[in-house]
Design a protein around this ligand. Structure first.
Ligand SMILES: *Cc1c(COP(=O)(O)O)cnc(C)c1O
Length: 397
């Protein structure tokens, strides 16, 4: 993708109007209530290929689902050919037609703000390209690697940290048989690598056969203990979680799944059903959440999200500070907002509900945990601590 903001680099530090109090999420519609989908055969609706093929990619289609604001209209026009937009009919059916602050809408509909770039924003904020020893591979930590299996997603998030890579452009090396040869060779020849995280793009947008071929090659490497898949498909395209897929993945156990969830509205019955299938297939599920202004930056929303996640057997894993990726200023909160969310969770609710808040160190530092400070002072043999209520305790070593 080329520079999305050639003319507007100067307009940094824009004031973005975000309502002080998010409106209570309205009920999403049943898809049959949406004129565009009212005649869709339920079997088609449940078919993930149908969902992918009928993704919304134009303003004309989107206006049949929601009432677009001028900001959104401008955003869609400018995104054309520069930033990917694709919205599954399933995800679209969760949108509030009237409310531009709808969290489902804001994560998927381009807005004009994406073309205002702040001075510190980068195309590749985590310097993944620099830490890439082989195509499609990022090696940052000693014992684990990140494999970018595809640059496609079911839905393109407006806050995507890899927006430099993702989209529906032609892949340069599209021979699926050889595409990952160098990456696999690298993992094979590095005996320290015991954990391979397959992400992208979204690996679950691959066909079962292509995904299996990749997973089997990695599982075949004797020093690789753990396989992980990073995906948003159970949230944006739950129809993709089929019995075939689950049975295939089961064969390569243990596979842990990290699922990108940002808002309680995403946890629908359909999504729960997909997560149940994965859990029952033996895959432990974790969540990854990006802290997003006006979407999940209030403690009560985040509390509802983590509680709802536990209900569907997803363990909250990370909350990410929104990376300084180009054109995401309108999503970024102060770091204090994230710390306060953890402060309001830890101790006040089940420990399993509390994720780790991290900043991915700009320039390639990796994930750095950030949180409230519970150590008030530390001297020889003596720690002065506070608990979640602010009461003070002394621990003698
Ligand atoms: C996030 C990430 C990992 C995995 O980190 P964990 O903290 O083990 O989940 C591995 N490699 C890269 C490059 C990453 O960004």
């Amino acid at each position: 993708m080329n520079n999305p903001a050639s003319l507007e680099n100067q307009k940094a530090q824009i004031e973005i109007p975000i309502p002080a109090v998010p409106k209570p999420p309205k009920r999403s519609r049943d898809y049959q209530q949406i004129p565009l989908y009212k005649d869709v055969n339920p079997l088609d609706w449940e078919d993930w290929h149908w969902q992918l093929k009928h993704r919304i990619r134009s303003k004309d289609e989107l206006t049949q689902i929601i009432k677009l604001t001028p900001e959104e209209e401008k955003g869609i026009d400018k995104a054309k050919g520069r930033l990917a937009m694709a919205i599954t009919p399933y995800w679209a059916s969760l949108m509030d037609a009237e409310d531009p602050d709808c969290p489902i809408r804001r994560q998927s509909v381009p807005v004009n703000y994406e073309f205002s770039i702040a001075p510190h924003e980068m195309a590749d904020p985590c310097a993944e390209d620099r830490d890439s020893p082989a195509p499609h591979l990022v090696h940052r930590y000693p014992d684990r690697v990140l494999l970018l299996a595809t640059d496609h997603c079911a839905m393109y998030c407006r806050h995507c940290t890899r927006r430099r890579l993702v989209g529906e452009h032609e892949e340069k090396d599209c021979n699926p048989e050889t595409k990952f040869d160098a990456a696999i060779e690298y993992i094979k020849s590095n005996r320290k690598i015991r954990d391979v995280l397959i992400s992208g793009g979204d690996p679950l947008t691959l066909e079962d056969e292509a995904l299996e071929s990749l997973v089997a090659k990695i599982r075949d490497i004797s020093h690789v203990e753990l396989l992980r898949i990073g995906t948003r498909v159970p949230v944006t395209l739950p129809q993709r979680i089929t019995e075939n897929l689950v049975n295939m993945l089961k064969k390569y156990s243990p596979i842990w799944l990290s699922i990108h969830f940002n808002h309680p509205k995403e946890i629908t019955k359909r999504c729960k059903n997909a997560c149940d299938m994965l859990s029952e297939g033996g895959m432990p599920l974790g969540s990854q959440t990006v802290l997003l202004k006006g979407i999940n930056d209030r403690p009560f929303i985040m509390r509802r999200l983590v509680h709802d996640l536990l209900q569907i057997r997803v363990r909250p894993y990370y909350i990410y500070q929104c990376d300084p990726v180009r054109g995401t200023q309108h999503f970024r909160t102060p770091v204090a907002v994230g710390i306060n969310i953890i402060e309001k969770l830890r101790g006040h609710t089940s420990g399993y509900a509390v994720p780790t808040y991290v900043i991915d160190g700009p320039g390639g530092g990796g994930k750095i945990p950030i949180g409230p400070n519970y150590i008030l002072s530390q001297a020889k043999g003596k720690y002065v601590l506070r608990n979640y209520k602010g009461k003070i305790y002394t621990y003698l070593e």
